[in-house]
Design a protein around this ligand. Sequence first.
Ligand SMILES: [Zn+2]
Ligand SMILES: [Zn+2]
Length: 339
Amino acid sequence: MVNCSICGRPAVYVNRISGKAYCKKHFLEYFDKKVRRTIRKYKMFGKKEHIIVAVSGGKDSLSLLHYLHHLAERVPGWRITALLIDEGIKGYREETIKDFKRVTEQLGVEYKIAGFKEYFGYTLDEIVLMGKERKLPYQPCSYCGVFRRYLLNRVARELGGTVLATAHNLDDIVQTYVMNIINNSWDKIIRLGPVSGVSNHPKFIRRVKPFYEILEKETTLYSILNNLYPKFVECPYAPFNIRWTIRRMINELEEKYPGTKYSLLRSLLSIIEYLKKIPELSKGEVKTCMICGEPSAHEVCRACIYRIELGILKPPKEIIPILEKLGVKIPSGAVDQTD
Ligand SMILES: [Zn+2]
Ligand SMILES: [Zn+2]
C-alpha cells in the first residue's frame, strides 16, 4: 500500500513522473493547482467572462463544469453556462442528458441543450443514413465533429458567451496530434494549441482548454472523487474511429516510458510555433460563409457543404461556381431556382 507523500494517509493517486503519491484531499489540491497553473500560463480567462462550458456528458466535461463552477465562485466577474449539443444518437444521448441535468441542477448552473434536429432538421443517426444512401465518403465522426463545432460556436455566441471552454485533456490532444500527423493535416495541427479561435472575426468565440496539461487518468479520478462519473455509455460510432487504436498505442508507450505524453505535448507546442512562421498556414484568414454567415475557412463553411452534399440544403444558384471550385459534389436537382 502506498501512502500520501504529504500526510501519510492512504494514497489514491501516484504521479509516475515525480514519484509523489497523494491521498484524496491532497490529490484534489494537486489537481486544482495544476489546472490553475495551466489557465494562468496560457492566459485563458480575463477578469470578466461569461464562460460557456461545452459539456458532452462524459466524465471529462462534467469534471470541467464542476471545476470551473467552483473556481468561478471565487472570481466575482465570472458567469458560467453549460452547453450540451444533442446530436441525436439513439441509445447514447438520452443517458448522457440525464447525467448532464443531474449535475447542472446539483451545482445550480444555468444550461442549454441545442439539438442537431432543431438546428439542421435531422439527427446524426438520420444524417449518417442519408450519407450512406448518397454514397458520401464521410465517417459518422466527420459529420458529428463538423456540426458540433459549428453549433458550439453559434450557440455559445447566441447565449452571450465571451469564451468557450472545452474539456480536451492531455491524452485527447496528443491523440489528435498523432492522428493529424498520419493524415498530413498540418493546418489542423496549428489549431491544437491551448487557446484557439483568436481571430478578428466578430462571430468567432475564443476557445480554451483548461485541461490541456491534465492526464486523462487525473480527470477520471477527479470525476470519481466528486461523484460525477457517468454510467459508462460508449458512443456507438466510436469503433469506426482510428483514434481508439492510437489511444491504445500511446497508452502502451506511456506505460513503458513514463512521460511520453508530456513529451508529445512539448513536441506539439514547438511544432505549432514553427508552423506559425509558414505564411500559407498561419495567414488562413477567417472568412464568412456566403450561405449561413458563420465564420469559415472557405467561402462556404464545412457544415453548409455537408448539408448540400446530403441534399438537405439547396444552395442559391449564384454560389454554384464557388462550390464547384471547392470540389463540392452537388446532388442533381438540389439547386434553388427561386430568385
Ligand atoms: Zn495527503
Ligand atoms: Zn455555412
